[in-house]
Write a protein that binds this ligand. Structure first.
Ligand code: MF3
Ligand code: CO
Ligand code: CO
Length: 260
C-alpha cells in the first residue's frame, strides 16, 4: 500500500531531511585516509542523537550500526568496523537513515578518499547524474518505473550497470514503504503505479562499474559486486509536491518547478 502524505506531514519529513543533510555534510568532510568506518558510524550516531533524532538503521532487522559504509566493490550494507581503515584511492558509500518526530529521512552518497582514479571519479559522477535524471521523472502522471528507465539509460550509455538486487522504496513513517523503485526497466516493473502529489520516495541508484551481479558476505549484510568492480550509490528522499513536481527533502532547497 502506498501512503500519501499531506503538506503538514511532508513538512515534518522536510525537517528530518534537513537534519540528515547536515549530518551527511559532516560525514563527507570527515572522510580522509586513516579514518575508520567505525569512526564515521560513531560520529553519525552522536550527531543524530544530539539533535533528538533516532538512527533508524541501528537494530533494523538486526543491523548493528547507524550508517552503512560500503567501500570499493561493496555495494550496500557494509557494516562499519574499527579495522576498516580508509586508504587513499578508495571510494566509500555512506548511507544513513534517521527518524525525527516520527518521520524518516534516507540519503546516501559516494565520495573518494584522497585522490582517486579517473574511472572511479567518473563512476561517482555518473551515479549522481543517474539520481538527478531519475528524480526529475518524479512528476504526477509518470509511472514509478519511469525513474528506473531513465536511470538505466544514463548508466548504460556510460558503460556502467545498475544494480538489480536492491531498489529504492517509498518512505514515510517507515523507512521502507511501497512502492519498490527499480533502477532498471523490465516488463515486470514497467506497469507499476503512477506517481501523484504527496508520494515520498527514496530514489537511490546503485551503479556498478562492470557487472550488476552481487554476493553477500558471511556477515549476512555486506553486498559486493561478484566481479569486484567498483560500485557507487547516491540517494535522496524525494517528495512530489501539490503541483506535481519533485522536491529533494534531503537536499534542502532543491526542487523542480516545472518539467525541464
Ligand atoms: N538506508 C538503507 C536504504 O536506503 C537501508 C538501511 S538497511 C539497514 O534503504 F539495515 F542498514 F538498516
Ligand atoms: Co539509504
Ligand atoms: Co533507501
Amino acid at each position: 500500500m502506498i501512503t500519501v502524505k499531506n503538506p503538514t506531514q511532508i513538512g515534518k519529513m522536510r525537517d528530518a531531511g534537513k537534519l540528515l543533510y547536515e549530518v551527511e555534510m559532516k560525514l563527507r568532510e570527515a572522510v580522509q585516509p586513516g579514518i575508520t568506518t567505525a569512526d564515521l558510524d560513531v560520529m553519525a550516531e552522536q550527531l543524530i542523537r544530539k539533535n533528538h533524532a533516532i538512527p533508524s538503521s541501528l537494530h533494523y532487522e538486526g543491523y548493528p550500526c547507524s550508517i552503512c559504509a560500503s567501500v570499493n566493490d561493496e555495494v550496500v550494507h557494509g557494516i562499519p568496523s574499527d579495522t576498516r581503515v580508509l586508504q587513499e584511492g578508495d571510494i566509500i558509500s555512506i548511507d544513513c537513515t534517521l527518524l525525527l518526530d516520527g518521520w524518516q529521512a534516507d540519503s546516501a552518497f559516494t565520495v573518494g578518499v584522497g585522490s582517486i582514479s579517473e574511472e572511479a571519479a567518473k563512476l561517482i559522477r555518473v551515479t549522481e547524474e543517474c539520481f538527478f535524471i531519475g528524480a526529475r521523472q518524479c512528476v504526477t502522471g509518470n509511472r514509478v518505473s519511469d525513474i528506473g528507465k531513465a536511470v538505466e539509460k544514463h548508466a548504460v550509455q556510460n558503460g556502467f550497470s545498475p544494480i538489480r538486487d536492491f531498489t529504492g522504496h517509498g518512505i514515510g513513517r517507515e523507512m521502507h514503504e511501497d512502492p519498490a523503485v527499480f533502477n532498471y526497466w523490465d516488463a515486470r516493473n514497467g506497469m507499476g503505479p503512477r506517481l501523484r502529489p504527496g508520494m515520498t520516495l527514496a530514489v537511490e541508484p546503485m551503479i556498478a562499474q562492470k557487472g550488476w551481479q552481487v554476493t553477500i558476505d558471511d556477515d549476512g549484510w555486506c553486498a559486493r559486486t561478484r566481479d569486484h568492480g567498483l560500485c557507487a550509490h547516491y540517494e535522496h528522499t524525494v517528495a512530489i509536491n501539490e503541483q506535481g513536481y519533485p522536491e529533494l527533502l534531503t537536499l534542502p532547497g532543491y526542487r523542480w518547478e516545472a518539467e525541464a
